[in-house]
Design a protein around this ligand. Structure first.
Ligand code: PHE
Length: 338
C-alpha cells in the first residue's frame, strides 16, 4: 500500500496493489471522506483484492489495485479539487505504471481528464473529447442487466426481467443507468438514493417507485440490486432480506466472508459482486488498452451473463456458495497465469 498526504488539502492518496499476476494493477479511484484513515486503508485494500478477482473472473489481462483519495470532509472549492486531482496525477505518474486507474465512487470522467493532465498515460475513462472512452457507469449497468437476465432465467425459467420486481439501491452513474434499462425492459422498478436531487429526470415516470433508503434492504422483491457502497450484506441485514436474489453493481457487498453462507442459509441467490460488476472496467480498459471496437466491448460485457451461469452451476454442483464458486473460477485463472 502506497500512501501520500497532500499537504495543501490534508487529503491522503492511498494506492493498494493486490496482484499484478495477470497484468498491470488497474482499478478505480474512489474519492470520499472516511471516518478514519484506517477505514480508508481497509476500503482500498479490500477493493484492490476485489479487482484481482474481477479481472480474473472476466478473463481480462489486468491485475488488482485500487486507489482512494481520502478527503478530510472539509468543503473543497472546484479549483482546490482540480489542484488535488492534478497532484494525485503526479503521484500516479511517479508510480510509473505500477498502478493504472479509472473512475469510481466520487470521481467522474471529467475528473479523469484532470488527473490525466499530470498522470498520463496511466488513466482510463477520460471523456471522449479528450480521447477517452468516457464514463464506465452505463457499461457496468449493461453487465448487471445481463446478470439479472441469467438470474431471472434460473428463478423463473424466463430470462426477461419483464414484470419482475427489482429494487435498485443507489441511483448514481451505475444505478441510474440500470434503472433505465430495467424500466425499458418492463421490470417493476423501485429505487432509493439518499440524495434529494437523485432521480429528477424520472418525475414523468410514475412507474418508477422511490423508496426511502432505509426500506431498500427489507423490501419484498424478486431482485435486490445494491448499486451504492459496499458491505451492505451482513449479519444484521441478511435476516431482514425479503429478496429472492441479490444481483447488483456495488463492490465488496459482503461485510464478512461468512455472509455468503448466511445468504445461502436463507435461500437467497447471491450473484457475486465481482463477477456481476466487471462490465465498466472490462469495456473501458478493453477499448482503450486493447483497441476493442464498441461492438466487441458489448459482446464481452454481455458474456457476464454466461460467466455467472457457470458460477451458479458450479455452486449448485459443488454444494458451495456462489461466492466460493466464483472465487474458485478466478483462482484457477490466477494460478494458470492467464
Ligand atoms: N470503478 C471500476 C470498478 O470498480 C473500476 C474501473 C473503471 C477500472 C474504469 C478501469 C476503468 O470496476
Amino acid at each position: 500500500m502506497l500512501e501520500r498526504r497532500d499537504a495543501e488539502t490534508g487529503a491522503v492518496f492511498l494506492v493498494a496493489v493486490h496482484s499484478s499476476r495477470l497484468g498491470p494493477a488497474t482499478g478505480g479511484t474512489r474519492m470520499m471522506a472516511y471516518p478514519s484513515l484506517e477505514a480508508a486503508r481497509s476500503d482500498a485494500m479490500r477493493l484492490a483484492e476485489a479487482m484481482t478477482y474481477k479481472w480474473a473472473a472476466a478473463d481480462f489481462p489486468r491485475g488488482g489495485g485500487k486507489a482512494v483519495i481520502a478527503l478530510t470532509g472539509a468543503p473543497l472549492s472546484p479549483i482546490d479539487r482540480a489542484g488535488l486531482l492534478r497532484r494525485y496525477g503526479t503521484f500516479l505518474r511517479e508510480l510509473a505504471g505500477r498502478f493504472w486507474t479509472g473512475g469510481d465512487v466520487g470521481t467522474s470522467s471529467a475528473d479523469m481528464d484532470v488527473i490525466a493532465e499530470t498522470g498520463a498515460p496511466y488513466v482510463f475513462s477520460r471523456t471522449p473529447e479528450r480521447g477517452g472512452a468516457g464514463g464506465s457507469g452505463s457499461w457496468t449497468a449493461r453487465g448487471v442487466f445481463a446478470a439479472i437476465e441469467t438470474v431471472c432465467g434460473r428463478l423463473f425459467g424466463e430470462r426477461s426481467p419483464r414484470g419482475r420486481s427489482v429494487v435498485v439501491q443507489g441511483a448514481g452513474s451505475v444505478g441510474a443507468a440500470l434503472i433505465e434499462r430495467l424500466a425499458a425492459a418492463g421490470a417493476r422498478v423501485s429505487w432509493s438514493d439518499p440524495s434529494p436531487e437523485a432521480g429528477e429526470r424520472w418525475t414523468r415516470h410514475p412507474e418508477l417507485t422511490r423508496l426511502p433508503p432505509e426500506r431498500c434492504l427489507d423490501a419484498e422483491t424478486d431482485i435486490l440490486a445494491p448499486c451504492a457502497l459496499g458491505r451492505v450484506l451482513s449479519a444484521g441485514t441478511i435476516p431482514r432480506l425479503r429478496a429472492r436474489a441479490v444481483v447488483g453493481a456495488a463492490n465488496d457487498q459482503l461485510a464478512a466472508p461468512e455472509d455468503a453462507e448466511r445468504l445461502r442459509g436463507r435461500g437467497v441467490l447471491y450473484a457475486p459482486d465481482f463477477v456481476v460488476n466487471a462490465g465498466g472496467a472490462v469495456a473501458i480498459t478493453g477499448i482503450e488498452a486493447l483497441g476493442w471496437s464498441e461492438a466487441r466491448a458489448q459482446r464481452e460485457v454481455d458474456r457476464i451473463g454466461e460467466t455467472l451461469a457457470r458460477v451458479l452451476d458450479a455452486a449448485a454442483d459443488g454444494g458451495i456458495t456462489e461466492d466460493a464458486a466464483a472465487r474458485r473460477l478466478a483462482e484457477a485463472r490466477l494460478q494458470a497465469g492467464r
